[in-house]
Design a binder for this molecule. Sequence first.
Ligand SMILES: [Zn+2]
Length: 279
Amino acid sequence: MIDVHTHAFPERLMNAIYAWFRRDGWKIPYDGKQTEELFAEHRKQGMERFFVLLYAHKPGMARSLNDWLADLATVHPEVVPIGCVHQDDDVSAETEYCLGELGFAGMKLHCAVQRVSMDDPRLDPLYEKLIAFNKPLIVHAGTAPRDYTGTVGVRFFARTMDRFPELRVQVAHFGLYETESFVRLAEQLPNVVFDTAAITPETLNHWPGPMGWPPAEQWVEWIERLPGRVLFGSDIPFLNGQADVKAWVEGLPLSQQVKQEILDTNARRFWNLTDPPRS
Ligand SMILES: [Zn+2]
């Protein structure tokens, strides 16, 4: 199995993020756990590879985060490193540094935490570099868990993809809460995939979202409209565990083959993963 959406941060920042979730009233089962414990948990759950996604809350912090992740990935060959950049950094230089010098697999953009909409012109160099390197973007562009910044939503994604249709994108959290609109756009954009990060009835019921928990048939319909384009992700350590999301996928009325694709092969194909060297 491959988990295309997990997080790890240096200890102090990680604790600050845990504290934010706690204050915001979330149940965080991994509260307090640091990088090595989290990686041990991924291995225990049977993850052969796991993506570690960074994001930069403020300008000037991306470089040290990216260097931290690069060091971690050297020690842990199962880690697929995904870099970060803030819109007020030198976006072009930092993206080039991540994708070139550090050899990262792609970049993450968190439109809510970074308080930036996807179509903000400061992000153009991010998309241009990703296209030049033929590497994907992972984006939190959806309105879940709630739109508190005014910078998320499918309209920003649509405008960006109009300008950069060749951009390869992994849309986090299946585009919630505008999944239907995201799926409709993705039907015309073969380079767009979705991850299942944080998707379980429990997390969605916790989010005071407008759509509630869609029935299994609705999820199946979306998945069938996107053959090969749904990738297993958990969002550990902030919400549920890998086992919860896996149980949800396995409980859907889909063929065993489609489930296997979601849990493993779709990620290998989209991300061109090779087996990690034995450490
Ligand atoms: Zn996440």
